[in-house]
Design a protein around this ligand. Structure first.
Ligand SMILES: [Zn+2]
Length: 355
């Protein structure tokens, strides 16, 4: 199994998570590979930071004696020179540098490239450089966020402050800009959380004929987090609601169960946990966004198994689709039966799922 979206922090944020802890949890959770996001502090946007990270991850894996495959995304900024360096790092070090990541809206780390014009430059630059890999994008359109609606006394207001419209519009932007630039890579929408964004991504909203022709040449994928499938915004109106802060936010029902159905019916390509622990203090005082996901990954998969999702589909969404999109080969312990997930966990994440 592969988790293509984790945040392992370390460095100036080792109080939240570390390579050592995150990689060992991933291995014990039955994973064969994790792909790490670049919004570390300092960020993985230079060749130097990327190589330092690879070395440190290698040292940790050697010490833990676990054959987990660690890869990372090079972060993209608005500077064409930096983008060129990121693409060079991908060319030189693939699959360790497994793809690129763009924040099309601010989240943890303030790496947002929020203006549409600047995003257009990114797609054009990547096209001119002949980039054919995966560009993973955090899609929330900054201009449609409503920060005035955020009230820490009512944590569920986070869902109103970052409404579905922001995700939908950003996915629409990315798709359109990628098509306009003639982008030859794969556009991956991270942690998709609304059915409307899925419709826009798959161009199921009555596209014009020429749009359809273009769309056939653009490769798109998207991932779903277990939390966007199992938790909802209403759960945040509780004393510990701030602990559930995440971006994009938990959505009101029935969106989570609809997204879970789309994961099972093949509309969503794979599971990604977006593992992003913070300290309790960061959550309750600085309203840090992100949830730990790695420890729950096997429980989620075991729940899918118990709900009757065929093994072949589970292989796809936990492994095969990721390998195919990124163009790499990774062992799958789950398929070999080395990771007996269903037996290990008694907790049933589907107990509250009524889809
Ligand atoms: Zn993330």
């Amino acid at each position: 199994m592969i988790d293509p979206h984790v945040h392992l922090r370390d460095w100036n944020q080792k109080g939240k998570e570390t390579l050592r802890h995150g990689l060992s949890v991933a291995w014990r959770a039955g994973l064969d590979a994790v792909f790490e996001m670049p919004n570390t502090d300092p960020p993985l946007t230079s060749r130097e930071a990327i190589l330092r990270r690879v070395d440190e991850a290698d040292a940790v894996l050697a010490e833990l004696k676990i054959p987990l495959f660690h890869a990372l995304y090079a972060g993209i900024t608005a500077s064409p020179t930096q983008i060129e360096q990121a693409v060079a790092a991908w060319r030189d070090f693939f699959p360790r540098v497994v793809g690129l990541k763009m924040y099309a809206g601010h989240s943890t780390g303030e790496m947002g490239i929020v203006e549409r014009d600047t995003q257009a430059i990114v797609y054009r630059t990547l096209t001119n450089l002949g980039y054919t890999g995966v560009l993973a994008v955090h899609c929330e359109k900054q201009s449609l966020l409503r920060p005035a609606d955020w009230n820490p006394q009512r944590p569920a207001s986070h869902a109103r402050a970052r409404p579905p419209a922001a995700e939908v519009a950003s996915v629409d932007d990315q798709r359109e800009l990628a098509l306009q630039a003639g982008f030859r890579g794969t556009l991956h929408v991270c942690h998709i959380s609304t059915p409307w964004a899925l419709d826009v991504l798959r161009a199921r909203h009555a596209p014009a004929a020429e749009d359809l022709a273009d769309a056939r040449t653009l490769r798109v994928t998207c991932g779903l987090t277990p939390h966007h499938a199992l938790l909802d915004a209403g759960m945040m109106d509780s004393p510990d609601g701030l602990l559930l802060l995440t971006n994009p936010p938990l959505r009101p029902p029935p969106m989570p169960s609809l997204m879970l159905e789309h994961l099972c019916d093949g509309s969503i390509d794979w599971i990604e946990t977006d593992h992003a622990p913070h300290t309790r203090r960061d959550k309750t005082e600085s309203f840090a966004c992100g949830l730990p996901g790695l420890p729950y990954y096997p429980r989620f998969v075991a729940g899918l198994q118990r709900a009757g999702v065929p093994g072949q589909r589970i292989d796809q969404i936990t492994h095969d689709a990721v390998c195919h999109a990124f163009g790499l080969t990774v062992e799958n312990r789950r398929r070999k039966g080395d990771a007996d997930l269903a037996r290990e966990y008694e907790f049933d994440p589907f107990a509250s799922f009524s889809g």
